[in-house]
Ligand binder design. Structure first.
Ligand code: 6LW
Length: 493
């Protein structure tokens, strides 16, 4: 059956997957965004339904002071004895912890904290033992393991399980069992062009592990012209037909030179076969956008090509919406008028700005807000494209020298520039039309300015996330007196 990669487009790095019955569940890392750790569900590994987040309460996800691309790093999602476990690391507050749930679409527990260094924790259950395997931030022993007491979060004495293939910074370990053999998947080479997946196996979950003679089992290193690059950080699952699958992160780079990517690291899928007891990914071939593989159940061709949000916020914020760090909830009111934003003194140049976004999931997309806003002098509200506090673009309504106008402002590192202005009424349609290279900003249907996508790309902005699109409001140094009402938001790729 044909399917398209990425299976979950837009900023969805470090995917982890498990299957319960005929349903697959997948989670990705979320860094400074709240709620944290988005969760998805699928029957066929290609059509994924968002079912919410694992970390929905401030007590689970303290992001106070989290710098951009810090906060929540890679998770592992597993199911054991009727309970879902999600283990991850808040690198900004508290370190490793796990939460549990009976239904991943429901509420998850408060954290059980686990005291160990490093990132990328994994859980593997065998009998009454839970093995906690992690990147230990120790070049002499990058991947360590210890037995975990699930009741207390206490760890036994850690021990090294594998020195890795060739990179002292081996990370992202996952232990998976197949036919009585224990496999260790690890990422090496860093999360950019050198990224790779390497494998090892053992007769016991605690090792000793021997490396696959054909490592790396997946890499796009050395393929600079491929659209898909940086493949790595993988997790394995098997479907009900016994077909194995690898989910992993990758990037889709712009087709022109030099290569940039601004959608972030996305989630990809490839089939896995086994030869001499070792995993072979996609028959040893590079992963492509168009794939053909024996999916576990019917896949509706058209379903993955359109990602659409069209909302008046009458039912509140859907699961696709996330805030940058823990939000001041009084600044966001949904109801029959739409989403009312109360701008604070913070602009998008600083943490705490009034902004809520959803992922940009395709190079070619359209986003639009219908905004009802009559600003006082210096107040502003509109539609923003955000990578981080130092790299963001926005089209907003403001008042300057008594005149109400729409402005297009670009923040690119140390430079901030207003690149377009036009008079505007108290109700305005503010839109962005995007393709691979360019964002076009429109006010009431008329193009006001354009900007290159490349200056929001990871290669410029750095970091682990991807562009988020959504409404913002700011008093630009003081609290807004005027409320900005987003009557409607539309996003379509
Ligand atoms: C993730 C680690 C990594 O925890 O980046 O490049 C971190 N590899 O595995 C954030 O995605």
């Amino acid at each position: 059956m044909q399917y398209e990669n990425p299976i979950i487009p837009g900023f969805h790095p470090d995917p982890t997957i498990c299957r319960v019955g005929e349903t697959f569940y997948l989670a990705t890392s979320s860094f400074e965004y709240f709620p944290g750790v988005p969760l998805y569900r699928s029957q066929n590994l290609v059509d994924w339904e968002p079912i919410g987040h694992a970390l929905t309460r401030d007590a689970q996800l303290p992001l106070e002071g989290a710098r951009s691309s810090m906060g929540i790093f890679a998770p592992t999602l597993r199911h054991h004895d009727g309970t879902f476990y999600l283990v991850t690391t808040n690198v900004s507050n508290g370190g490793h912890f796990f939460v549990t749930a009976d239904d991943p679409a429901g509420e998850w527990s408060d954290p059980t904290w686990v005291d160990a260094p490093g990132i990328d924790p994994d859980l593997f259950f065998e009998g009454d033992t839970c093995y906690f395997t992690y990147h230990a931030d120790d070049p002499d022993a990058p991947i360590k393991q210890a037995e975990l007491d699930l009741a207390t979060g206490e760890l036994g004495d850690p021990y090294p399980v594998w020195e890795g293939f060739r990179d002292p910074y081996a990370e992202a370990p996952h232990v998976i069992e197949r036919d009585g053999t224990y496999y260790l998947l690890v990422a090496e080479g860093g999360t950019h062009a050198g990224h790779m997946v390497v494998a090892a196996r053992a007769d016991d979950p605690a090792g000793p592990y021997e490396g696959c003679p054909d490592n790396p089992v997946l890499t796009h290193w050395g393929r600079p012209r491929d659209e898909i690059r940086a493949t790595g950080h993988a997790d394995l699952t098997v479907d009900t037909e016994g077909q194995w699958w690898l989910v992993f992160l990758g990037i889709r780079q712009h087709s022109m030179w030099p290569r940039f990517h601004h959608l972030g690291r996305e989630t990809f899928l490839a089939p896995v076969s086994w030869e001499d007891g070792w995993p072979v990914v996609n028959d040893g071939e590079p992963v492509t956008v168009e794939m053909d593989a024996p999916l576990p159940s019917e896949h509706r061709e058209e379903s993955t090509s359109v990602d659409r949000t069209d909302t008046t916020f009458a039912d509140g914020l859907g699961v696709e919406w996330e805030f940058r760090r823990n939000p001041d909830r009084e600044r966001y009111e949904t109801g029959p008028d739409g989403l009312t934003l109360h701008g604070g003194p913070e602009t998008l140049d600083e943490p705490g700005a009034t902004f809520v976004g959803r992922r940009q999931t395709a190079f070619d997309c359209h986003a639009e807000v219908t905004l009802d806003f009559d600003p006082d002098e210096g107040e502003e509200a509109g539609l923003a494209l955000v990578m981080n506090e130092d790299h963001h673009y926005q089209v907003g309504v403001t008042r300057r020298d008594g005149r109400r106008e729409a402005v297009v402002r670009l923040r690119i590192g140390d430079a901030t520039e207003v690149v377009g202005r036009t008079p505007v009424g108290t109700t305005a349609d503010l839109a962005v039309d995007a393709d691979t290279q360019t964002y076009r900003f429109l006010v009431d249907g008329e193009e006001v300015a354009t900007a290159s996508t490349r200056y929001l790309a990871t290669e410029v902005a750095d970091g682990f996330t991807g562009v988020m699109i959504g409404p913002y409001a700011t008093g630009r140094g003081r609290t807004c007196e005027s409320n900005a009402v987003v009557e409607r938001f539309v996003y379509e790729s």
